[in-house]
Design a protein around this ligand. Structure first.
Ligand SMILES: NC(=O)c1ccc[n+]([C@@H]2O[C@H](COP(=O)([O-])OP(=O)(O)OC[C@H]3O[C@@H](n4cnc5c(N)ncnc54)[C@H](OP(=O)(O)O)[C@@H]3O)[C@@H](O)[C@H]2O)c1
Length: 260
């Protein structure tokens, strides 16, 4: 009989919707214990029947926080390590996709994007490093294919994602001797509420996703379920134990081919 593996102790940021919620649910489904965080994550208790079941079973923990604030990131990571009794996996995922061109960009826009999309990843990595050294765990940073090419009128977003990939390689280099693996995942357009969260109307978001689907060699954009297996694979040392410092694109081939 196959031996049951020890449940992983996991933190997922930006876990109230979209890719983060999908990742958190997949860990919970495989029997892991998951700390979910975002500003509105506490609402999941009433909104998501599956999460509320895991809360009752004591496997899920909801931690509301504004992760654009350094203190909130540090408090989250400390609370998670304390309540989970250590840490095996950190998934840095919280992000916003707000646009501004060179002409439009202001310091407050730049700082808002960087504080969440980049700084929160750094502070979470720093807080996680000691508990992860103890468990020989893993960090997965959710980047974007926007790290690989300029994104129209989204300078701060693209730069934040390119910086996440370099952060990933640097932290991977530092933590490799301690047995901690650090990788990033670069999704292409994925069906989530991200465009509306960034200020688009529902109709504008639909047009944007439809155009991206037309442009994609596979004829569609990603579903959250296309992204989550890669994250779970990178978290599992028995499958990906010699993979670190990698930034892996998952975009249906979009960046590999010229558009049709
Ligand atoms: N969807 C795509 O096409 C796509 C493509 C490439 C990369 N990505 C990346 O994937 C990640 C997840 O995006 P998604 O598409 O799943 O977007 P989403 O559905 O809008 O989710 C974003 C998450 O971040 C949280 N968040 C936003 N501001 C926050 C703050 N100040 N503090 C804490 N949490 C905050 C949101 O929760 P609250 O509002 O409750 O705080 C939400 O849980 C992001 O890093 C994004 O850049 C997405």
């Amino acid at each position: 009989m196959a031996q049951k593996r020890t449940p992983l102790r996991v933190v997922v940021t930006g876990a109230s919707t979209g890719i983060g919620l999908g990742i958190a649910l997949e860990f919970l489904r495989q029997g892991d214990r998951v700390f979910l965080s975002s500003r509105s994550v506490h609402k999941l208790r009433h909104r998501d029947a599956e999460i509320s079941e895991h809360l009752q079973q004591g496997n899920a923990f909801l931690h509301p926080a504004d992760l654009s604030k350094e203190d909130d990131v540090r408090s989250l990571m400390r609370a998670a390590a304390e309540q989970l009794g250590g840490l095996d996996v950190l998934v840095n995922n919280a992000g916003i996709y707000e646009g501004a061109s060179l002409e439009q960009i202001t310091a407050s826009h730049w700082n808002r994007i960087m504080a969440l999309n980049l700084d929160s990843y750094l502070w979470a990595c720093q807080e996680a490093s000691e508990p992860l050294k103890a468990s020989q765990g893993a960090i997965i940073n959710i980047s974007s294919d926007a790290a690989l090419r300029p994104s129209a009128a989204h300078i701060a977003y693209s730069v934040s994602k390119a910086a996440i990939d370099m952060l990933t390689r640097n932290v991977a280099r530092e933590l490799a001797p301690h047995g901690v693996r650090v990788n990033s995942v670069q999704p292409g357009f994925t069906e989530t509420p991200i465009l509306q969260a960034g200020g688009m109307s529902a109709a504008e978001a639909q047009v944007c996703f439809a155009n991206a689907a037309t442009d994609n060699p596979m004829g569609r954009i990603a579903r959250v379920s296309d992204i989550t297996p890669l994250v779970l694979f990178l978290a599992d040392a028995s499958k990906s134990g010699y993979i670190t410092g990698q930034c892996i694109t998952i975009d249906g081939g979009q960046r590999s081919f010229a558009t049709r």
